[in-house]
Design a protein around this ligand. Structure first.
Ligand SMILES: Nc1ncnc2c1ncn2[C@@H]1O[C@H](COP(=O)(O)OP(=O)(O)OP(=O)(O)O)[C@@H](O)[C@H]1O
Ligand SMILES: [Mg+2]
Length: 241
């Protein structure tokens, strides 16, 4: 479970997050929505300990992430799968090597890492692309490699940062389907950061809408009308409600 208490994140005088309180239960899936630049990625980075907040507390299970030592944090991170905004693959490594990497870093021996990476790639529909380099792949395929790399560790926590940005609607649907399958299979506590309204509807049981550094709405997608600001964000997409 994830618990965030009164989280503030300022960059100099620029207030990005200004008092976030959020609890995400074990196995729960939450979509965090908000305009570009509102601080969605910053929030995610605070949760996984890549950024230290200005103040407040971030807890994952019984670990206080914002003050944890490097040792404690690296032990916790073994439970994390992180799909980065823009895939963040290593261009000089093959698809297979990219997916093996987190396992190798955990000390899993080569053949076992390879076996699990292949399994993970097959799972996201990339059988036959093992030896390719990221530059040879389409945007949608790169996203799927990013997902394969995140799930290869069998994570208890799965974090997606903009899993469908830059993809056409059809490819996006393929990614939603994949994410949905994983959501059912892995039983991981999942945080999806996005500004994709269609995705929010698909994973709409709990949507958190960020605005002006705060949580403006927290609830099911179909109750968005309770927040005028969220409605404004939805704009032409309100018909999805
Ligand atoms: N390391 C940093 N140093 C200074 N400012 C930063 C840093 N990281 C993020 N910011 C600022 O924090 C704000 C929020 O950034 P963030 O990347 O979280 O936005 P976002 O909601 O993820 O946007 P997008 O939807 O475009 O990905 C932006 O104004 C950004 O410039
Ligand atoms: Mg972002």
């Amino acid at each position: 479970m994830i618990r965030i208490k009164d989280l503030r994140m300022y960059f100099g005088r620029h207030k990005v997050l200004d008092g976030i309180n959020l609890e995400i239960g074990r196995g729960e899936t939450v979509v965090v929505l908000g305009r570009s630049g509102v601080g969605k990625s910053v929030l995610l980075k605070c949760i996984v300990g890549l950024l230290k907040p200005t103040s407040g507390e971030v807890w994952v299970e019984d670990v206080r992430v914002d003050t944890a030592s490097w040792d404690v944090l690296s032990r916790l991170r073994k439970k994390f799968g992180y799909v980065f905004q823009g895939a963040a693959l290593f261009d000089w490594m093959t698809v297979l090597e990219n997916v093996m990497l987190p396992l190798r870093e955990m000390g899993v021996e080569y053949e076992e890492a390879k076996r699990r990476a292949i399994q993970s790639l097959n799972h996201v529909g990339l059988k036959g692309s093992y030896g390719k380099y990221p530059s040879e792949l389409s945007g949608g395929m790169r996203k799927r490699v990013g997902i394969a790399r995140a799930i290869v560790v069998n994570p208890a926590y799965l974090f997606y940062d903009e899993p469908t940005s830059g993809l056409d609607p059809q490819t996006s649907r393929m990614i939603y389907d994949l994410m949905q399958t994983l959501d059912e299979e892995l039983d991981a506590t999942t945080v999806i950061i996005s500004h994709d309204v269609v995705l929010a509807k698909r994973f709409g049981r709990r949507v958190v809408y960020l605005d002006d550094g705060r949580i403006e709405y927290d609830g099911p997608f179909e109750h968005a009308h309770r927040s005028p600001k969220f409605m404004e964000f939805l704009g032409e997409h309100v018909h999805l409600l």
